[in-house]
Ligand binder design. Structure first.
Ligand SMILES: [Zn+2]
Length: 154
């Protein structure tokens, strides 16, 4: 068969809560919580595009169709500034990623496991946000339905 060894993909959440002063009027300042969170993506133990922001919502889009996706955004939020695209192709048994000339092959089961782990991390982050009185950042039901579609597609 001669297929290459599949790559392994994992995610880590780094979450920090700080309190900063914010002016609510000319004379009054209050301390408000700020939650900074990073999702770090590791492939075979090495961090991928470590200077970029992993866009979970774009990743979940890429889970259900082929295409080129702006998954690794620039930290300033302007993709054209320093973002990296991932060309994603779904095969019967594998999902292929091509980014900046790096080509990775994930077994569908490994990609499924990763997508579920990511959802757990996002739920952790949402819990931290809620505890600090901050609004949610992600659309879980949409992510969960994409995982389900990916799972059922075989
Ligand atoms: Zn930038």
């Amino acid at each position: 068969m001669g297929r290459r060894e599949p790559n392994q993909i994992a995610v880590e959440l780094n979450c920090e809560v700080t309190r900063v002063y914010r002016s609510i009027s000319k004379y009054k300042r209050v301390k408000v919580p700020v939650v900074t969170a990073r999702l770090d993506i590791y492939i075979d133990g090495d961090q991928l595009h470590d200077d970029n922001v992993f866009e979970a919502d774009v990743f979940y889009e890429s889970l259900v169709c082929d295409g080129t996706f702006p998954i690794f955004n620039c930290t300033c939020g302007i993709f054209g500034c320093g973002g990296y695209e991932v060309n994603v192709r779904h095969e019967e048994e594998r999902v292929l990623w091509d980014t900046e000339g790096l080509i990775f092959e994930f077994e569908r089961d490994a990609m499924l496991k990763f997508s579920k782990e990511l959802l757990v991390r996002l739920e952790t982050l949402e819990r931290v946000l809620a505890e600090n009185g901050l609004p949610p950042r992600y659309d879980h039901p949409t992510f969960a339905s994409k995982i389900k579609r990916f799972e059922e597609r075989r």
